[in-house]
Design a protein around this ligand. Structure first.
Ligand code: C5P
Length: 301
């Protein structure tokens, strides 16, 4: 018996970050959107936990750990511990989400593994328990379960779907060198020193633009508080943003903690044109649309 679950990449349409909490995490007020780049996770019963990773397209999978540090194995261990069962599985990941790119590829794998193993072993984990286990694995794993467009609060793990009347087209520009999320948050702290106890900025303008699918308001409401620290660490990302705009995107947005950049297009055809212009310039670029569904079973044989 094998089960395959597909989970999407996420981007943050609004990422408001507040002052660091006592536990080292930052309070967030964010709007996530799931977009059409996916990891497919296939599980089957085995004598020991193993994980293997196959690239989809030209995704560089060199940075993915293949031991117990892999977040998919950690998801399996957490789920079996929760149900007090001693079963193990072989986990195969088909990776279409850029690694260490600020698109929550590892979180997608964790969410997909929870759903796949729950189905493989008919564990009937409740939605609330799945979300709680997901939150233990990482701040944006619960969002990978629900997908769509959702507001994230707390450290990002508390997710509520929001009305999104649009179909949005993105050009995704992955970067060859990953950026570690904790490093970007530390640079955020360094920049914020002296500004006291600040709450994260709320996404009011963005939520209004989503509800009415107002493309102009949407383009100007895109916001990421991690853009400044990421660009401090990686000054070359300014050139990426400029190239994305020069290729015809309506707006350029850093994805999460980066370094992946996103160009907003006005539709599918324009997205393809922006992508082609970037590829002609020698950059990697992919077209994606959102919102799309969260982790879901695609094969059960
Ligand atoms: O929750 P997750 O494991 O994805 O977080 C990875 C790291 O990113 C944390 O250890 C922390 O350094 C940083 N982080 C943060 N505030 C958040 C989410 C993540 O500082 N809200």
């Amino acid at each position: 018996m094998t089960v395959t679950v597909r989970a999407p990449a996420k981007i943050n349409l609004h990422l408001g970050v507040g002052s660091v909490r006592d536990d080292g995490f930052h309070p967030l007020d964010t709007v996530y959107q799931a977009i059409s780049l996916y990891d497919d996770v296939t599980v089957s019963e085995a004598a020991a936990w193993t994980v293997e990773v196959e690239p989809v397209g030209d995704v560089d999978v060199a940075g993915v750990p293949l031991d117990d540090d892999n977040i998919a194995i950690r998801a399996g261990l957490l789920l079996t511990e929760h149900h007090q069962v001693s079963r193990r599985a072989r986990i195969s990941i088909g990776k279409g989400i850029p690694v260490a790119g600020g698109m929550a590829g590892g979180s997608a794998d964790a969410a997909a593994t929870l759903v796949a193993l729950d189905r493989l072993w008919d564990l009937q984990t409740s939605d609330d328990d799945l979300l709680a286990l997901a939150a233990e694995l990482g701040s944006d794993v619960p969002f990978a379960l629900i997908g769509g467009t959702a507001r994230g609060t707390g450290r990002g793990e508390l997710v509520d779907p929001v009305t999104d009347a649009g179909t949005w087209w993105w050009v995704v520009v992955p970067d060859a060198d990953g950026l570690a999320t904790p490093t970007v948050y530390r640079a955020f702290d360094d920049l914020a020193t002296g500004s006291g106890d600040t709450a994260p900025a709320a996404p009011d303008l963005l939520l209004a633009a989503l509800a009415t699918a107002d493309a102009d308001a949407f383009a100007s409401a895109l916001h990421n508080d991690l853009a400044a620290p990421a660009m401090l660490l990686r000054p070359d990302l300014r050139a990426t943003a400029a190239d994305v705009r020069a290729a015809g995107a309506r707006a350029a947005l850093l994805s999460g903690s980066g370094p992946t950049f996103l160009g907003l297009a006005s539709g599918q055809e324009q997205a393809l044109r922006v992508r082609d212009a970037l590829v002609t310039d020698g950059r990697r670029a992919l077209v994606a649309t959102g919102p799309v569904a969260g982790a879901h079973v695609v094969q059960y044989v």
